[in-house]
Design a protein around this ligand. Sequence first.
Ligand code: L34
Length: 283
Amino acid sequence: MIISGKELSAKLKAEMAEQVATFPAKYGRVPHLTVVLVGDDPASVSYVTGKAKASEVVGIRNTTIRRPADISEEELLGLIRDLNADDTVDGILVQLPLPGHISEPKVIEAISRDKDVDGFHPLNVAALWQKQPCILPCTPKGIIRMLKTAGVEIRGKRAVVIGRSNIVGLPVAKLLLDENATVTVAHSKTADLPSVTRQADILVVAIGRPRFVTADMVSEGAAVIDVGVNRDPVTGKLCGDVDFAAVEPKASVITPVPGGVGPMTICCLMENTIECFLKKMER
Ligand code: L34
């Protein structure tokens, strides 16, 4: 079975749109998400455009602020300070990666915790690892939602996550652990990776290499979640970290690229924006 993130996110966005439609009467306005895009990397432009489109579908106000790649770190931090202070802004997202001369940790830390719709702020990350109330990072949250919707039992299962980034690998491992999976975090230096991944009932791949996971690495009946968004070096088309054609026949469920985790990431961003808005309105 193929888990369509595209379909699931469309359904969830329609539900959110109904909810958001009630906000003007209740709160006098709709939630407002501000996305900051530095430079013009085509992939980032595409993702940021997707965020603006989803906002429109859900009825969230979206402001996308574009700045040139040579903006100074100081100027970017100044922009974030202004957005923090702006009472009409509920969510702030600075699209990553940033140009090399700008410190990503500094930028992430500068975003007000209350407006951190990505869930990347160190205080938010700490809250996640301490099982305190927090904003769940969008991609990991979307992955758990897809598994649950597909009826995949997580509790007691062996999960293997390939990749240990702050954005995906580490938080998704933590969320799977919280769902009572037994979790192994593997990566590019893992010795005999296929023998590790073959143990997985649930395999999450976030390594960023086209068709890295081959059929011999997957056990019969595994649930396979492909977080990769790569360009096929030969065809130039979008492809995942998993060799979909080879792995799909073995998997019990699998997510496609495109149309899998990507749309769910954006969908969860919409949820997080509503969550930040409601928290503010109820303060
Ligand atoms: N701050 N930076 C911040 N927050 C994020 O949550 C992200 N991420 C990652 C990169 N940088 C970020 C995203 O938004 C990755 N990411 C993301 C979001 C959406 C999609 C892919 C990655 C997506 O919608 N992918 C489509 C294909 C889009 C295309 O055609 O290029 C898909 O169907 O997979």
